[in-house]
Design a protein around this ligand. Sequence first.
Ligand code: TRP
Length: 380
Amino acid sequence: MPAVNPDPPASPTSAPEGDDDARLDTFEASKRRSDAIEKGLRENPQKYRVLTGDRPTGALHVGHYFGSLQNRVRIQNLGVEVYIVVADYQVLTDREGTDAIPNNVQELVLDYLAAGLDPESGKTAIFTHSHVPALNQLLLPFLTLVSMGELDRNPTVKEEIEAAGLTTVNAGMYTYPVHQAADILFCKGNVVPVGRDQLAHLELTRKIARRFNQRYAKKNPIFPEPEGLLSEAPKILGLDGSQKMSKSRNNAIVLQATADETAKLVKRATTDSERRITYDPEKRPAVANLLLMIGLCTGEKPEAIAERLGEGGGGALKNELTTVLNDTLAPLRARRAELAKDKKEVVRRVLSQGNAKANAVANATLAEVRAAMNMSYGID
Ligand code: TRP
């Protein structure tokens, strides 16, 4: 039996009472709460359980590293319990084929481990949707707690449908924010690291938790209302300097790239013809993005790097980025290469351990949910 904390954490902050829409969220309010959570994570790591994850759609890249991976590792190392869902079912929201999934899952897990997520710490569980039946079963009651109108209004889902150019939208896509609520609530996760665009999803999870508790578990609330930990990391653009870094847009540096491959990719990055390097994200987004990446590696302010490079032009800028990025990623890449020697077995071990822990927690939560809903029938 894997170790399961028998007393999962409650909501980290008290939720306002009453009406669902009483808490009309401004970004500033979310930011204030996020800052309080950040302090709490450092002072009382045992009070928190963080849930986050990724769809296994390809190897992770530099944007993922600075945008989320580093932060997850930092949180784990504070002593916080971290659950990471490899959202394999969710892949099917915008595509049909599953041929690529096994390899993508392997690459993803290796990237996690190489970045420093460590199931051996006993704090971190990495699990797959498809192997945790009780988690998925929560989706059924949860779907009855949201209205079609609420699903319809979700701005992030709309944008994703548009971005993927889908002509027909399957119900999995439409309802995936509810599935994510199950991902978060099955383990009573009370903190979710989010980007700004994910706040609408988190708000829906909070509503589902609140409505479930109000409807079925008034005396002994089952679910916490999770809080968002807003990402501090700036959005990294791709090497084309015009859109988000992503493998499918062919503008990414994957974490597992070699130093030479990295140099070649950076050489081809978009800059402009001005010799003097300045940090101007509005007028010179491509140059600013490369400066930003250097800053993330060295801890310097992008303005200071620009000053230092002065009249060096795009060449100096790219040389600098290649050097500091390769230096920063070298330990990760070395670890990854080591793990990749035995990748099937390494990944199998991580997932069987993570899935066992997730299943134990999910089964316990589902039992509570059934009891609250008068569906226990004296059977286990
Ligand atoms: N949607 C996330 C992604 O595209 C993955 C994910 C699934 C997730 N369930 C989640 C993230 C719950 C946070 C919370 O990568």
